[in-house]
Design a protein around this ligand. Structure first.
Ligand code: FBP
Length: 554
């Protein structure tokens, strides 16, 4: 991979930052095994599919007397899926962790995601390389990719290179799909006696890989701080110029955690949350009407400006569209061979001809850009690529059309001019906040300790993360514990259950208590840029989501 020659002053200063770690990881440690675990749902099916890795206990580490030294071993690492701030720190923590066990241990990075394992494309990550990337954003040390690691032939091909390099453990850094694959791989290697451990690390800016043992996926902290800074800047512009409604779409394809967190940090006038839209069984028109009502109320108070936050996955949560996508998925899975042969300009007609009347009518009513995305373009995991749907523009246009009608009806008398923004890529590779830098380094270092303890099929877990880092708890959680059965590409598959915004959770409830006030009165908050040097209450502050979720433990 390329290395950057010239560095900014901040990069130089930041390279010297020593991430803070849980006490247990700072010296010799001992592993404590907890209770056996059950999967999140569908226990019988998951148990049958994972006979070798099901039901393993939680584990955590505690400081102990004695040394840490162990026989030398080689470790492989893969970055999988979308970029998230802190990936380089997971790798530097892993590197330092395995070197603390035995300086002869070696770390190999597979290039451009899981494809690197299958295609035998790798580099050895030496101390000099690692030092170039400490505390930096991005995944460029080895790159990432979205190849789905799911077939036996891929596992066997991967095993060839693992054996050739004498790699005894593989660390997969990824989101729910990638960790699902890590779990399948761990089970397979154990079932054939391959003598390769597999450990996962929870990554995604979307924040939807979490549960009682995984408090956050890394990258969420930094990405939401970057987006909140920019939303705050837009709010200040909006409050100065007083002439635009800004529609801001935020990444988070399957859950609205990013949008909720940014709302908690900045107090916009309108915040849409996919999970709420689904629970209230709302239509696109209900959503548009709600925004138009807030715009009208503010216009009546003399304020023809404001900010609307939209999660990128919104479209998929609208129940009617969700039903359409489910039928599309089944239909495409059944007819994929035929569909591939249909000429590009006839594909939409083919889809229309194979849908039920209700879904065909809805499909036809959507703007072409949206229907194309829903029907034609999927990522390798079968997900609709919602980041490509311009929901923010679609909503702004539909609100305008409604307000034009209300103007004719004499209900609305204001002015409505809009600006659109999409914040996603701006935050995914940002230099990790202190919280992410510390969390990620600890996750990687902890993965090395799980390897040393002989674990496989585990996810690295760092808990108590709303407290100062030396009070964090390091350990591991069996990945099967997070699984349930879901329909993917027309078939029931074992997958990690996605954590959506909980409508009974404290962050959502806090938002609901305040949203009416935020919608009518201008209550904008300007969080400013991430601070790396300065007082802990400014630099080490966790997200509002984590703080509210864990508030009863404070
Ligand atoms: P992961 O879940 O793989 O971490 O990716 C998150 C994400 O940033 C989503 O928020 C977004 O929808 C998607 O990646 C976009 O990915 P790509 O750039 O590959 O289309």
């Amino acid at each position: 991979m390329e290395t950057t020659v010239e560095k900014s002053a901040l990069e130089i200063a930041r390279a010297a930052y020593r991430p803070k770690m849980p006490k247990a990881l700072c010296g010799p440690l001992t592993i404590v095994e907890g209770e056996p675990t059950e999967s999140a749902d569908n226990q019988e099916e998951i148990k049958e599919l994972f006979p070798n890795t099901y039901g393993m206990p939680y584990v955590h580490f505690e400081p102990s007397e004695g040394g840490k030294h162990s026989a030398s071993l080689n470790v492989g690492v893969i970055l999988s899926g979308g970029q998230a701030p802190g990936g380089h720190n997971v790798i530097s923590g892993l590197f330092d962790g395995i070197k603390s066990l035995n300086p002869k241990n070696r770390l190999y990075g597979f290039i451009l995601g899981p494809a690197g394992l299958i295609e035998h494309n790798y580099i050895e990550l030496t101390g000099n390389i690692i030092d170039e990337y400490r505390n930096t954003g991005g995944f460029d040390i080895i790159g990432s990719g979205r190849t789905k690691l799911e077939k036996k032939e891929q596992f066997d091909k991967g095993l060839e290179i693992l054996q050739a390099l004498d790699i005894k453990a593989l660390v997969i850094i990824g989101g729910d799909d990638s960790n699902t694959n890590a779990c399948v791989l761990a089970e397979y290697y154990k079932s054939i006696g391959a003598d390769v451990q597999v450990i996962g690390c929870p990554k995604t800016i979307d924040g939807d890989l979490k549960n009682s043992e995984i408090e956050a996926s890394f990258g969420f902290d930094t990405a939401t701080k970057v987006y909140s800074e920019v939303i705050g800047n837009i709010m200040r512009d909006c409050n100065s110029a007083k002439k635009y409604w800004h529609f801001v779409k935020l990444m988070g394809r399957s859950a609205s955690h990013v949008t909720l967190e940014c709302a908690l940090q900045t107090h916009p006038n309108v915040t849409l949350l996919g999970e709420e839209v689904e629970a209230k069984n709302q239509t696109l028109d209900d959503i548009v009407t709600y925004i138009a009502e807030v715009v009208t109320d503010r216009a009546n108070l003399g304020m023809n400006y404001g900010v609307v936050l939209v999660p990128e996955g919104l479209i998929e949560f609208i129940p009617a569209i969700k039903r359409l996508i489910a039928e599309l998925n089944d239909m495409l899975a059944k007819n994929q061979a035929d569909f591939d042969l249909v000429a590009a300009d006839k594909k939409i007609d083919y889809v229309l001809g194979h849908l039920s009347d209700e879904n065909a009518a809805l499909f036809k009513s959507l703007p072409l850009s949206v229907s194309r995305q829903l029907a034609l373009e999927r990522d390798p995991h079968g997900n609709v690529q919602v980041s490509l749907i311009e929901t923010e523009q679609l909503l702004a246009e539909m609100v305008k059309a409604k307000l034009d009608q209300w103007k004719k009806d004499g209900i609305y008398t204001g002015k409505f001019a809009t600006q659109h923004h999409f914040f996603g890529y701006e935050g995914r590779c940002a230099a990790p906040s202190n919280w992410d830098a510390d969390y990620c380094y600890s996750l990687g270092y902890n993965a090395a300790m799980l390897i040393s303890a002989g674990k496989t099929g585990y996810m690295s877990s760092i808990k108590n993360t709303f407290r100062p880092a030396d009070e964090w708890i390091a350990g591991g959680i069996p990945i099967t514990m997070m699984m349930n059965m879901e329909k993917r590409n027309g078939q029931m598959k074992p997958v990690i259950k996605k954590a959506l915004v909980e409508l009974t959770g404290k962050p959502y409830k806090f938002f609901v208590r305040h949203r009416t006030e935020w919608s009518r009165n201008t209550s904008f908050v300007y969080p400013g840029p991430i601070q790396y040097f300065g007082p802990a209450e400014v630099c080490d502050r966790p997200t509002a989501t984590l703080t509210l979720e864990q508030s009863d433990k404070l």
